[in-house]
Ligand binder design. Structure first.
Ligand code: FUB
Length: 348
């Protein structure tokens, strides 16, 4: 039965008919999929990985620069049904059209409000600092026009925008190490700040940032602040808890009235999740959404479409190289208490 499912199979949450384990597209490399239902259709906003030699370092004090992840544009994917044909849309935003962005267009996200679609994207500015930009379009597939400056008060990587049932929107963001979260203190970027990911072992781990969005979706209504991710005893997850602590790639979704904050644990390669009663937390660690995939990075999104919850993620199935990835999708199941059944991609 496993062989019939392709290279990867799932020990739990078996997929519906159709080879949903294959890369969504093979014509281009894609990663970091942010999936949304817009106008009754499923859209995926991925990073667009590209081949070729890594970029040169910007400066020696900025190590973990992720130079192989040198993406320069975004391509949107769309589909009518999961498992059906996928459209790769033309370039939605090119770095040459974003004056403040110098290099490395990493994991994006998208949102919709009042007839306008918003593309949120991190990129390094000309000083080598990650900032988060926003671009707008009348179409979910773009093309998008970027604002001339990054979002004021934004830094680091991996924006994810969630709109609650009351219409309020929030951006979650942040990533450690090459994502530079550890280099920004009180909103000020310190290029010579800590190089690597973690605080001292016994300290509370870094956590994602959250900021409410302004009504026009172009900025932060209040300064971003760190969310709390707690263990079952109500204590912050510690920096040395590499199996559970946040590293990058946050996603927010709401299930049966509760807020699920999910994220990558980086070097331990899990997608973990924590639940809260408010979109800004605190959140209590629950378990894993996804076991490690083929490749170093793991980055996901969760969306409900056509009566089923779906996990979008990426691995290095097509290339065997961690910086040339492909987006995949698998069904996501919950138990009666709302716990997510861990998806286990099994290398056969
Ligand atoms: O794709 C570049 C970076 O790798 C993303 O921003 C991270 O989440 C990781 O997937």
């Amino acid at each position: 039965a496993l062989a019939a499912l392709g290279t990867y199979a799932y020990a739990e949450a078996p997929p519906p008919a159709g080879n949903v384990h294959a890369p969504l597209v093979e014509e281009i490399y894609t990663a970091d999929p942010s999936a949304h239902v817009f106008a009754g259709k499923l859209y995926v906003y991925p990073s667009h990985d590209i081949e070729g030699p890594p970029l040169p370092d910007i400066a020696p004090f900025l190590n973990s620069q992720g130079n192989a992840f040198k993406m320069r544009d975004y391509r949107v994917l769309s589909m009518d049904h999961v498992g059906g044909p996928v459209t790769i849309h033309p370039v939605a935003l090119d770095i040459k059209d974003v004056p403040w962005a110098a290099r490395q267009m990493w994991a994006p996200d998208a949102a919709f409000r009042n007839g306008t679609y918003y593309l949120y994207f991190p990129a390094k500015d000309w000083q080598g600092a990650f900032r988060i930009g926003v671009a707008t379009s009348s179409s979910p597939a773009g093309p998008f026009k970027a604002q001339p400056q990054p979002i004021q008060g934004s830094f680091s990587i991996d924006p994810s925008v969630f709109t609650d049932d009351d219409g309020r929107s929030y951006m979650y963001f942040g990533g450690l190490s090459g994502g530079q979260l550890q280099k920004t203190v009180d909103g000020v970027f310190h290029p010579g700040g800590p190089r690597e990911a973690d605080r001292a072992p016994l300290e509370a781990a870094y956590t994602p940032m959250v900021a409410p969005m302004t009504d026009d979706m172009l900025g932060f209504a209040k300064p971003a602040r760190a969310v709390d991710i707690l263990d079952a005893d109500g204590k912050p997850i510690r920096a040395d808890d590499a199996q559970r602590r946040f590293f990058e790639g946050t996603w927010m979704h709401k299930y049966r009235g509760r807020y699920y904050l999910s994220y990558s644990t980086g070097g331990t390669h899990f997608i973990a999740y924590a639940i809260g009663d408010s979109p800004t937390g605190p959140f209590t660690y629950q378990g894993r959404v996804l076991e490690p995939v083929d490749g170093w990075t793991t980055h996901h999104s969760i969306v409900e479409y056509e009566g089923q919850w779906w996990l979008f993620y990426a691995d290095s199935h097509l290339s065997g190289k961690t910086w040339l990835r492909n987006v995949k999708v698998a069904p996501l199941e919950y138990d009666a208490e709302g716990r997510i059944k861990t998806v286990k991609p099994i290398v056969t």
